[in-house]
Design a protein around this ligand. Structure first.
Ligand code: PGA
Length: 254
């Protein structure tokens, strides 16, 4: 699979039901009317809205539906969790894995994140694998090693084919929800490092084909500069994905 310009919306734990349905239908209509068909658009609503939104948005719509999380076991005594296989049955196409909020607030460690990546691929969906350093690591100048370690622990074990079917999202934690976006130079530096790391492990061709998204206070104003960086293939968008106009404008920023 070749690199695809992508705008993915991470709604996090936001929207009441009626708001969610309205937002989804507004986004879908605008995407159909305004966004170039070469751009991939994805929304990742809270889990409870996946089924109704899946029914609203047909499988062949240019707007794809993703989940924010899933559990790798196929079934069993895991109160409160949703199996990856269940999402696949519902027609979900993408699953965000290892978001920093899951890692920090819910104690997800590399080993679990890796299992989640595997389960998403085994169930025929595409993982959006998140990585990114906290502020103290950025300040210590060790962010490139830190992110490379996350890539190594989370996706290096994948086959060439599976790796090319995985999206990587670089989301510096200090930029998430803070309004403090990484500069295009800061984003490009890390994206290039991720591609180099994969190139060293798996070869140039695989690395060239991987889609790497930037996330962290990305909005319609800063997206054009970020997306024009050589190794930035789009964004994983939090706050700015909750308004149809701003999300669609971001998807039009390539
Ligand atoms: P933000 O979130 O765009 O609100 O910073 C991005 C994310 O956490 O995926």
């Amino acid at each position: 699979m070749a690199r695809i310009n992508t705008a993915a919306g991470n709604w996090k734990m936001n929207q009441q039901p009626e708001e969610a349905y309205k937002l989804c239908s507004e986004i879908e209509n605008m995407v159909k009317d305004e966004v170039d068909s070469s751009v991939r658009t994805i929304i990742c609503p809270p889990l409870v809205y996946i089924n109704p939104l899946r029914r609203m948005v047909s499988k062949d719509s240019p707007l794809k539906i993703g989940a924010q999380n899933s559990y790798p076991e196929p079934k069993g005594a895991y109160t409160g969790e949703v199996a990856t296989a269940m999402l696949a049955e519902m027609g979900v196409d993408y699953v965000i894995v290892g978001h920093s909020e899951r890692r920090m607030l819910f104690g997800e460690v590399d080993d679990l994140v890796k299992k989640k990546v595997d389960a998403v691929l085994e169930n025929g969906m595409t993982p959006i694998f998140c990585c990114g350093e906290p502020l103290e690591i950025r300040d210590s100048g060790k962010h490139l090693e830190y992110v490379s370690d996350q890539i190594s622990n989370g996706v290096s074990h994948l086959s060439d084919n599976d790796l090319q079917n995985t999206l990587i999202a670089y989301e510096p934690i200090w930029a998430i929800g803070t309004g403090r976006t990484a500069s295009p130079e800061q984003a490009q530096e890390v994206h290039k490092e991720i591609r180099n790391f994969i190139s060293n492990e798996k070869g140039k061709e695989i690395a060239a084909n991987i889609t790497i998204l930037y996330g962290g206070s990305c909005n319609a104003e800063n997206a054009p500069d970020l997306f024009s960086c050589e190794d930035v293939d789009g964004g994983l968008i939090g706050g700015a994905s909750l308004k149809a106009r701003s999300f669609v404008d971001i998807a039009k920023s390539f």
